[in-house]
Ligand binder design. Structure first.
Ligand code: NAI
Length: 248
């Protein structure tokens, strides 16, 4: 029970990775708010956690809209108390070549994947400060380090932005005992991965040293480390969870 009664908000909590992360945190005693644009899938996450004896609710949240974020954070705090842990996990992807990339698609992906991290982090900051510290964990991607294997330039730029934002927040918030870190997952078995061209994915799996895709819970284990006391001397870092697909 490494997170007993800590309050965690997980954005994109209705998606594959979000659900895996939520299940690991709830298993360790966290009170979890699964926040998603899709309330139905967020409800399914929360129900699955409650079925296993966890404490969880679903909240509707659009990470691109400040009012929606504030309302969701308020709902989570009404249920569980002030936030200790924010996992910025919501994200969208698009497979497209650079010359075909429209300005609208560029802005849409940047808005969710990068501006969403900015808005959500700013929204929980007063609560984290009042709590005397906390954790912000951002889900980036190996694309940030190497360029994406299949996704578009906007996706890569957004995730590289998340890494930069992580480092800046770590610097600015350390005095408040708020630790900010990122994770770069490799190929993880979720709807986002299943939407990619599968033949190409099979070829790319040869670059993964363990020869298989990862599970959302395996990313959840890394989030747990960054959310727990075990990482109390870790901030501003980027944890690579790609089974050797990326070696820095
Ligand atoms: P997913 O598509 O299963 O889940 C994404 C979730 O984000 C969905 O539930 C969706 O409703 C939600 N979402 C989208 N726009 C939103 C918005 N404006 N506000 C609130 N929620 C919104 O995809 P997956 O794989 O679970 O992705 C989670 C994160 O992991 C993303 O940031 C993704 O970029 C990242 N990632 C995924 C990898 C993979 O192999 N699956 C690899 C590296 C990074």
């Amino acid at each position: 029970m490494r997170l007993r009664d800590r309050v965690a908000i997980i954005t994109g909590g209705g998606g594959g990775m979000g659900r895996g992360i939520a299940s690991v945190l709830a298993r360790e005693g966290a009170r979890v708010a699964a926040a998603d644009l899709n309330l139905r899938t967020a409800e399914a996450t929360a129900q699955a956690l409650r079925d296993k004896g966890g404490q969880a609710i679903a909240v509707e949240m659009d990470v691109t809209r400040r009012e929606s974020i504030d309302a969701a954070v308020h709902a989570a705090e009404q249920a569980f108390g002030e936030v200790d842990i924010l996992v910025n996990n919501a994200g969208i992807n698009q497979v497209i070549r650079f010359e075909e990339l429209s300005e609208a698609d560029w802005e849409r992906v940047l808005r969710v994947n990068l501006t969403g991290v900015f808005l959500c982090s700013q929204a929980v900051l007063p609560a984290l400060r009042r709590r005397g510290g906390g954790r912000i964990i951002n889900i980036a991607s190996t694309a940030a380090a190497t360029g994406a294997m299949m996704s578009g330039a906007h996706y890569t730029a957004s995730k590289a932005g998340v890494v930069g934002l992580t480092k800046q927040l770590a610097k600015e918030l350390a005095a408040d005992r708020i630790l900010v870190n990122a994770i770069m997952p490799g190929f993880i078995d979720t709807d986002m991965l299943r939407a990619l061209p599968q033949e190409r994915l099979q070829q790319l799996l040869s670059t993964v040293l363990l020869g298989r895709v990862g599970t959302p819970e395996e990313v959840g284990a890394a989030v747990l480390f960054l959310a727990s006391e075990d990482s109390r001397y870790v901030t501003g870092t980027v944890l690579n969870v790609s089974a050797g697909q990326l070696m820095q």
